[in-house]
Design a protein around this ligand. Structure first.
Ligand code: CDP
Ligand code: CDP
Length: 222
């Protein structure tokens, strides 16, 4: 590629954003920023402090006083919350099922977006989330909106959790994904929507390699 690009990848849960974004960043030598991990880290902290997740004021203050870093360590992308490695913990189902409630708080979003823009300012970045192409990096060189049927997305998340040895139920996971998508799509600030200038890629019938190839082709064209 002739220049360092800023690549924004958005879409609902289980569309393949983080898997694909990470591979693309590696192939291009770019930094990868998982914005969902930041909202997850903050949610983990709020849960561990037993916060009332309806208390927006308190969550806003928490966001401003929390140190969240995304650190690359060899192959791994570590999530560091107030100096502690929480990479694994933030994937717990308890966090997944509460993160959308924390992420809809305007003050929380304001603080996360500030950190995200700061992380992206050097260019050569792949950032994934829900509002990257619309709000965080509206001038991104490439905006991709990944989708897949909700059945397929639930199946992927299910397979992932089964692999980790968790005792999960497919219908329940599907219901949780639908619920989370609804909160993300209907919140007042920065809802999950496709940017007007995004390229939509339906991954329902594509494997990871095919999705990566499609996005790399888009990068070549730009
Ligand atoms: O990986 P998965 O799709 O399950 O979710 P994630 O990307 O880790 O994001 C978790 C949650 O964080 C989402 O459901 C949103 O509620 C929130 N999020 C957000 O509001 N804005 C972003 N840019 C990224 C995530
Ligand atoms: O970040 P997001 O929630 O959009 O999805 P992900 O965490 O990257 O992907 C969820 C799961 O689906 C992972 O286990 C991926 O390996 C898998 N996946 C897949 O099987 N086929 C794809 N085309 C994309 C993802």
């Amino acid at each position: 590629l002739e220049k360092d690009l800023v690549i924004a990848i958005d879409g609902p849960a289980g569309a393949g954003k983080s898997t694909v974004a990470k591979i693309i960043a590696e192939k291009l030598g770019y930094i990868y920023i998982d914005t969902g991990a930041m909202y997850r880290a903050l949610t983990l902290k709020a849960l561990s402090k037993d916060y009332d997740l309806e208390d927006e004021q308190k969550l806003g203050v928490l966001a401003e006083s929390t140190d969240i870093k995304l650190v690359k360590a060899g192959e791994d992308n570590l999530v560091i919350l107030d100096g502690e490695d929480v990479t694994e913990e933030i994937r717990d189902n308890k966090v997944s099922n509460n993160v959308s409630v924390v992420a809809k708080v305007p003050k929380v979003r304001k603080e996360m977006v500030r950190l995200q823009r700061n992380m992206a300012k050097s260019g050569g970045v792949v950032m994934d989330g829900r509002d990257i192409g619309t709000i965080v990096l509206p001038a991104a060189d490439i905006k991709v909106f990944l989708t897949a049927s909700v059945e397929q997305r639930a199946q992927r998340r299910y397979d992932e959790l089964i692999d980790k040895g968790e005792d999960v139920n497919l219908e329940q996971i599907k219901a949780e994904i639908i619920r989370r998508d609804n909160i993300d799509k209907n919140r007042e600030v920065a809802p999950l929507t496709e940017a007007e200038d995004a390229i939509r890629v339906d991954t329902t019938k594509l494997d990871i390699g095919q999705v990566v190839e499609e996005i790399l082709n888009i990068c070549q064209e730009v």
